[in-house]
Write a protein that binds this ligand. Structure first.
Ligand SMILES: Nc1ncnc2c1ncn2[C@@H]1O[C@H](COP(=O)(O)OP(=O)(O)OP(=O)(O)O)[C@@H](O)[C@H]1O
Ligand SMILES: [Mg+2]
Length: 540
């Protein structure tokens, strides 16, 4: 997405911005505005207004995204922030909560829906594209079930920071425009141990072309609402996939294939940067292949396919890092089952699943080769096996993923240029990136690195060019779990300076930024087991 910023004087306040409301105007909604929790059969959404909060104050603002949307940064308090907190509405908005269902941890959960997210409407960006603005934590909706419709500062800050950090890493994602503290207290049992505590409330304004999920289609299919299912599919195709042409049975098939392709690209990105979503339920899968719902996510520190930050998932590890490719496929299969109701020959949807497999395998392999500064080499099977061996060796020891690849981007091209001892350089790299490593683990990695250097010597590009290309895909700065936690602890005490620093540094994650070296360091020992740093619950 282009983020060429218009002049500040062209930007308007969110109070004056001109919202349009295609979701509400074109789909089938329940108009009662009643917030009481209930089943809402037969509708795509419920019109519902956010609930006012006590003392909204702006904590963070995404300048680039705002400029792209043509919206000016508001003062810390005032009517614009009241809108971003759901206390006021711009008259052009028609707020709604979407109705969706989903499989949670593999089990069909029936109706879920936006229980605390309320979409305000859509804005037109400077390039003419349309973006839905959604408040997360805006109060009860018909889909809130027994919960309060609110969100706490710690989870909102994590969502705000991470969605923007992912965007700057080049990962397909929903965006975040603002983070507002509400001035209200929210009660949460953070560790689900019968010890509920008051916490500060907050609201993120999220931004995406649409927030439609796999679960919207699943629920309509499960309830036999075929007309609604078709209308929603047609809406998404016409607005988000216009290149596919006018909806028809054949177009639904091609559409599913494109959703599968995009989902594969998203997962390949996650695997490439070490992102663990944590709760890949089908209601948390975007129909656009964007990362959505930053809840109990985490970043790999030691490279470990079995790692998940989500305490709710410690038993089955269904959503662990290495499971993500398989889970996305399972989720796509559930979407295919829903879309099968629209397609003359449902078996045709198989092609989409195949496209997922091949796109994921190819994209992952290409991305891994790029991380290593290598170009593909025939035979492909050997090429893949070579890269897989590295991942196995990394998984077999305790090596920081981000540090390993970043240091490799410096060390490997340097070894091509200099006659310095290869083994010393590799040992130093491993020592810097390892949390712990046995002699035999080190030996396995050294052997792989020696073969790698031989292969790198065959690359036609210059060492400088290899370095530059590796540094452009191996980030130095990611939102390490303990960094987010430090920003939260400071913000809860009223100090936003660390949040601001992180926002700034994570905007250029591939740049050296030597003045922020400490933010690229290995996770400190104190953060190894600390809740919020190593473990997260779904309580948010
Ligand atoms: N505090 C809450 N109040 C009301 N509903 C909630 C609350 N927390 C979660 N839910 C609802 O529970 C379901 C599953 O929650 P999940 O944690 O996946 O989503 P979420 O974090 O609320 O939001 P999203 O997927 O919109 O980012 C959703 O229907 C969600 O709206
Ligand atoms: Mg969710």
């Amino acid at each position: 997405m282009a983020t060429s910023a218009p002049q500040t004087d062209q930007l308007v306040s969110i109070e004056q911005a001109d919202f349009h409301n295609s979701f509400v105007d074109e789909l089938h909604g329940e108009a009662s505005m009643d917030k009481s929790p209930r089943q809402v059969p037969g509708y795509h959404y419920s019109r519902v207004e956010p609930t006012a909060v006590r003392a909204p104050r702006l904590l963070a603002w995404s300048d680039d995204l705002a400029a792209y949307l043509g919206v000016v940064r508001p003062p810390e308090r005032g009517p614009a922030v009241a809108i971003l907190a759901g206390s006021q509405l711009n008259p052009s908005m028609k707020p709604f909560a979407a109705r969706y269902g989903g499989h949670q941890f593999g089990n069909w959960a029936g109706q879920l829906g936006d229980g605390r997210a309320i979409s305000l409407g859509e804005l037109t960006a400077v390039d003419g594209s349309s973006w839905e603005i959604q408040l997360k934590g805006a109060g009860p909706t018909p889909y809130s079930r027994r919960a309060d419709g609110r969100a706490v500062l710690r989870s909102s800050l994590r969502e705000f920071l991470c969605s923007e950090a992912m965007h700057y890493l080049g990962v397909p994602t929903t965006r975040a425009l603002s983070l507002v503290e509400t001035g209200d207290v929210v009660i949460r049992d953070m560790f689900y141990n019968g010890n509920p505590q008051p916490e500060p409330g907050a609201i993120v304004a999220r931004v995406a072309p649409t927030f439609v999920r796999f679960g919207n289609f699943q629920l309509m299919a499960a309830m036999g609402e075929k007309d609604n299912l078709r209308a929603l599919a047609d809406y998404v195709i016409r607005h988000q996939y216009p290149e596919l042409g006018e909806p028809s049975s054949a177009v639904y098939v091609r559409w599913f294939e494109e959703i599968s392709r995009r989902t594969a690209v998203m997962i390949a990105h996650w695997m490439s940067v070490g992102f663990v979503h944590g709760v890949m339920n089908t209601d948390n899968m975007s129909i656009l292949g964007l990362t959505i719902d930053y809840g109990p996510y985490g970043w790999l520190e030691p490279y470990d396919p079995d790692w998940t930050p989500n305490t709710t998932d410690f038993g089955s590890r269904r959503y662990a890092f290495g499971q993500q490719p398989q889970v996305a496929l399972w989720n796509l299969y559930q979407l295919a089952r829903a879309l099968a109701h629209l397609v003359e020959t449902p078996q045709d949807l198989q092609q989409g699943l195949e496209t997922y497999r091949t796109t994921l395998a190819e994209t992952r392999h290409t991305m891994l080769l790029q991380k290593l500064g290598l170009t593909p080499m025939a035979p492909e099977a050997e090429d893949r096996a070579f890269v897989e061996e590295l991942l196995e060796a990394l998984a077999g020891s305790e090596i920081d993923m981000t540090l390993f690849f970043r240091q490799l981007s410096h060390t490997a091209p340097a070894l091509l240029q200099k006659a310095e001892s290869e083994e010393t350089a590799w040992r130093e790299l491993l020592a810097n990136a390892a949390y712990s490593m046995s002699i035999s683990e080190e030996q396995t990695l050294l052997q792989w690195l020696q073969r790698y250097l031989q292969r790198l010597r065959q690359e036609p590009a210059s060492p400088e060019a290899i370095r530059e290309s590796m540094l452009s895909v191996n980030p130095k700065y990611v939102l390490r779990n303990y960094l987010a936690q430090k920003a939260i602890e400071a913000a809860e005490l009223g100090d936003l300076s660390f949040l601001n620093t992180l926002m700034d540094v994570l905007k250029t994650p591939f740049a050296e930024q030597p003045e922020h070296e400490e933010l690229a360091a290995k996770r400190p020992d104190w953060a190894r087991e600390k809740p919020g740093c190593a473990t997260l619950s779904c309580s948010s």
